[in-house]
Design a protein. Structure first.
Length: 222
C-alpha cells in the first residue's frame, strides 16, 4: 500500500535539499559566466597601454603594514606598531585608530589630534616600514604563474616586475593570451604578451601596472 505520509516527507526533504543547493549553484553559475566571458574575450580586447602610472599616486596603508610612529621630544610615545586585520592601530594614549585606507601623513595628523589632549603641540611622523597595502590596491596574479599570489603595488611597477616576483610562467601557460583586468577602469580588459616578454625578451611587451590590477594567465591547450 502506498505510504502517502512517507512520500510527502521525502518530497519535503528533497525540496529542502534543493533549496540548500540553490545559492551554491547560483554562485557556481556566476563564476562560470565570468570565466567563460574572460575566455571568450581572449584576443578581442586591446593591448594594455605601455604607461599607466599616475604622477600624484600616494601609498595607502593597509592591514598587515607596519608603522613606525615618531613623536618629537616624546620618545616614550614613539614605537613601531602593526596595522591589525581590522585596519586599526593602537599606541600609547591612542586607542583604536583607523589607519587602513589613509596615507601616512593623514594617520600622523590623526595621532596628533588624539595626543593634543595629553601633550602640548605634539608633532608626529609616521613611516611605513613593511608594505602590504589594502586589498583594493594589491596586484593579483592567478592561473599559470609559477607562484600565483598577490603583491603590494609600487609606483612604476611593470608586468615584468610582477612576473619576476611570481617566478615566471609554467610550462603549460599560454602567456600571449594573458588578460589584464584593470579594476581602476571598471574592470576593463587588456591583452598582455607575457610569453614574448618573459621567454623571448621582447621589452616592447612590457607595460606598467595600476593599483588593483589582476593578471590572469590561461593554460595552453596545445
Amino acid at each position: 500500500m502506498f505510504n502517502l505520509k512517507r512520500h510527502s516527507g521525502m518530497g519535503a526533504a528533497c525540496r529542502e535539499s534543493q533549496a540548500r543547493r540553490a545559492p551554491r549553484a547560483g554562485w557556481i553559475a556566476t563564476l562560470a559566466a565570468i570565466v567563460l566571458s574572460a575566455c571568450g574575450a581572449v584576443g578581442g580586447h586591446p593591448p594594455a597601454p605601455a604607461t599607466a602610472s599616475a604622477a600624484d599616486y600616494s601609498y595607502v596603508i593597509g592591514a598587515g603594514d607596519t608603522l613606525s610612529i615618531i613623536v618629537w621630544r616624546n620618545p616614550e610615545l614613539s614605537l613601531t606598531v602593526p596595522v591589525r586585520p581590522d585596519g586599526k592601530i593602537s599606541a600609547p594614549l591612542v586607542d583604536e585608530l583607523v589607519a587602513q585606507g589613509k596615507t601616512s601623513t593623514a594617520v600622523a595628523r590623526d595621532i596628533e589630534k588624539r595626543l593634543a589632549t595629553f601633550v602640548r603641540d605634539p608633532v608626529v611622523t609616521v613611516i611605513v616600514t613593511n608594505f602590504v597595502g589594502p586589498f583594493s590596491e594589491q596586484i593579483r596574479v592567478v592561473g599559470e604563474a609559477t607562484r600565483p599570489q598577490f603583491l603590494p603595488f609600487r609606483q612604476k611597477m611593470t608586468v615584468l616586475d610582477v612576473m619576476i616576483a611570481v617566478g615566471g610562467l609554467t610550462d603549460f601557460a599560454d602567456g600571449n593570451a594573458a588578460t589584464l583586468v584593470r579594476t581602476s577602469e571598471g574592470n576593463k580588459l587588456y591583452s598582455v604578451r607575457l610569453k614574448d616578454l618573459v621567454r623571448r625578451g621582447d621589452v616592447s611587451a612590457n607595460v606598467e601596472m595600476r593599483p588593483g590590477d589582476i593578471l590572469i594567465i590561461p593554460q595552453s591547450f596545445f
